[in-house]
Design a protein around this ligand. Structure first.
Ligand code: SF4
Ligand code: MSK
Length: 680
């Protein structure tokens, strides 16, 4: 009998998953990732380990714009023959065309997301102005009057005897709403709000022919141009990206911010706290997640309804705790001080605490897997928007209609209360909660710096000119499961403020800062360089100013414009000692935001990579070519140190060009001299 051959199968040893502490710097996230693993619940952190990104997609050179593809054009040593890029798709599309088309489609999707949000707000605003919806009213008349001027709406009327009278506020609101809403469907002419940019910037856009005609038109045109066989010149494709991106930042997003402020109140500084520790075991916990405040404002109001409070007590809860995730969180934090439960990568983890009775979602950044995680607990996911449903037995759809907004919100709150007694697994809420101050709208900064009667950006400009503040950084954007959660944001921002750069923040970056304790005035003493610390102490502001949600990046544009208008720092945004960053970007919205910052004149650095590496010529155009045209440019950095260095180098370059570099040297000399004196 032949000897039985012993076969040892070559089993590749299963890779040990990374320890939770290698995945996040946030103690609450670490604790809940570990808890999820104990319970055998997979989260995005595990999936990111198991599935690696496609090597060609990541280069931006995979095209599936027609059924003859996908045509995959990786950049390899063989791609270039005699100095010529030989790669082509079936139709002949080059790597540069494919990467530019993919990039443009990201801008289109991002601009569409922000702008569709803006449209929903404008529609509700119009209905409120006409008195067709009972639950929304004009709250901030002052801001309405300011916006009216931009839209060319008269705020006064002539009386019978020629006297000037105030015009009826509802009438003004209706006219503003109609003009604002018309920006989406406008086919010719110019986006009205593009004129808010500094004069020189607006004139440049006009000369280049990139002032958007209407918001929807520019987005549709990207989709047309990137269809097979249309625009095959990457510079021309980017020209259209620019129109659509301006239509987002200076249009859809900016109008969303303004009308939300008028409907719900312009944010002013407010104290609150952040991280999963804001959940309360003995309360009904409702998490609002997504982007639009139309819904979350009503949920906040409904949770305070005495009938709901009474019902919660009858069910054994001490009260109702609302907290937020992603930009909805930022919206209700800015106006009501509602605490932040966490940012993008924490949406599954919040459910893992076992304490969430309802997670109510609207649109954008909602991971489909929250339904699977909720399935392991008693948590109900409530979808509310006809644009965003999740196909899962564990989701309830309660359609939110602005005509019945409060009743719809009451239904959601009631569902949460009734679900409170159904908690089945032990509730484990991490003991992590940090204080914060948020609410720095562009108007609030004006007030804080200049006082009630003479609001002004002059003190900010003066301190930049005298060198106490080295420059301004806008740090915004998402989390990304391919990088350590929050690490890039926090390391970068700490380095910037240490070097006296004041930081304006929004989105999930702002939430990361809140959790790291960077949003308190007290943090200035601990983390800032001496110049910035001195200014923060004098004015009583944190070194990192939370300006709101993703659409509120338009507040950063307005703040930059105000700095230009205040004077002494050049004539355009591109002259300012300023830089922008999205260290952990992941969404298409981030690309649209990045592009409108670049073409507004801002040096903008993204963390990790941009999907353009497979098309070197196109990449060179984005990274260098645009600077010659717009004064702003795209860049990437592999880690926070490199990002900080690049941003600070740019700020210093601009200080030199403005001739204010000497002032800073003097300040530094003063500090050094002071230290020397201290050691004597
Ligand atoms: Fe391939 Fe051209 Fe079709 Fe793209 S459009 S999939 S490159 S044939
Ligand atoms: S929510 S777009 S993950 S910032 Fe605005 Fe956060 Fe990015 Fe969504």
């Amino acid at each position: 009998m032949a000897e039985e051959k012993k076969v040892t199968a070559k089993v590749s040893p299963k890779k040990q998953p990374k320890a939770a502490k290698e995945l996040s710097i946030d103690e609450a996230a670490i604790e809940t990732i570990e808890r999820a693993r104990e319970l055998n619940i997979d989260t995005i952190f595990d999936r990111a380990e198991e599935m690696k990104p496609c090597n060609i997609g990541i280069q931006g050179t995979c095209c599936k714009n027609c059924a003859q593809g996908p045509c995959r054009l990786p950049l390899t040593p063989k791609s270039i023959v005699d100095g010529k890029d030989t790669r082509k798709g079936l139709c002949g599309a080059t790597a540069n065309t494919i990467a530019a088309r993919n990039f443009a489609r990201m801008v289109a999707a991002g601009a569409a997301a922000h702008s569709d949000h803006g449209r929903a707000v404008a529609e509700t605003f119009l209905a409120a102005a006409r008195g067709e919806v009972k639950d929304y009213q004009i709250k901030d008349e002052q801001k309405l009057l300011e916006i009216a001027a931009d839209f060319g709406v008269d705020t006064t009327v002539e009386g019978e005897n020629g006297e000037i009278l105030d015009r009826d506020i509802q009438e003004i609101a209706i006219e503003v709403a109609e003009k604002a809403l018309a920006q989406w469907g406008q086919q010719e002419g110019e986006l009205i709000t593009a004129k808010r940019a500094p004069k020189q910037r607006y004139e440049l856009w006009k000369k280049l022919g990139v002032v958007p005609r209407g918001i929807d038109r520019e987005i549709v045109e990207i989709m047309h141009r990137t269809h097979i066989g249309v625009d095959q010149d990457y510079e021309n494709i980017i020209l259209q990206c620019t129109r659509a991106a301006i239509a987002d930042g200076w249009g859809g997003s900016m109008i969303a911010t303004d009308l939300q402020d008028i409907l719900f109140g312009c944010p002013f500084p407010v104290r609150s706290n952040a991280n999963l520790g804001v959940l309360k075991e003995d309360h009904v916990n409702i998490i609002v997640h997504g982007h639009e405040p139309l819904l979350s404002e009503m949920v906040v109001a409904a949770a305070n309804d005495p009938e709901m409070q009474k019902l919660a007590k009858e069910k054994g809860a001490k009260g109702i705790q609302i907290s937020g995730i992603c930009c909805t969180a930022n919206e209700v934090l800015m106006r009501h001080g509602i605490p932040l439960a966490g940012n993008f990568l924490q949406q599954e983890l919040a459910i893992v605490t076992g304490a969430v009775d309802v997670m109510v979602v609207d649109v954008q950044c909602i991971m489909e897997n929250i339904a699977n995680v909720a399935d392991c607990f008693h948590t109900k996911i409530v979808t509310t928007n006809p644009r965003a449903k999740i196909r899962s037995g564990h989701c309830v759809h309660i359609e939110f209609d602005e005509h019945t907004a409060y009743e719809d919100a009451l239904k959601i709150v009631r569902l949460a209360i009734e679900n409170f007694p159904n908690r089945e697994k032990p509730v484990i809420i991490p003991d992590a909660k940090h204080d914060l101050v948020a609410g720095f709208s562009y108007e609030a900064i004006n007030y804080h710096l200049g006082g009630t009667f003479r609001g002004s950006y002059t003190p900010l400009n003066d301190n930049i000119i005298n060198g106490r503040i080295r420059g301004i950084a806008g740090v915004v954007g998402c989390n990304n499961a391919r990088t350590m959660h929050d690490n890039f944001h926090i390391e970068l921002i700490k380095e910037l403020i240490k070097k006296d750069v004041i930081v304006l923040t929004t989105g999930c970056s702002a939430i990361a800062c809140a959790k790291a304790g960077l949003l308190t005035p007290e943090s200035a003493k601990v983390f800032c360089g001496p110049g910035l610390a001195e200014v923060c102490e004098a004015v009583g502001i944190p070194p990192v100013l939370h300006m709101g949600s993703c659409v509120d990046n338009s507040r950063i544009l307005m703040a930059a414009t105000e700095v230009v208008k205040t004077g002494g720092l050049g004539n355009d945004i591109s002259d300012l000692p300023a830089a922008g960053a999205a260290p952990e970007w992941m969404s298409e919205k981030a690309i649209s935001i990045g592009h409108y910052f670049v073409v507004s004149g801002v040096y903008t650095v993204f963390g990790g990579h941009l999907p353009v590496d497979g098309a070197p010529e196109f990449k060179e155009y984005l990274f260098k070519g645009l600077e010659k045209i717009y004064g702003g440019m795209w860049d990437v950095a592999k880690d926070p140190e490199e990002m900080a260095q690049k941003m600070i180098a740019h700020i210093d370059k601009k200080r030199k060009e403005l001739g204010i570099d000497k002032a800073r040297e003097r300040i530094l000399f003063d500090m050094a001299a002071r230290r020397e004196m201290e050691t004597i």
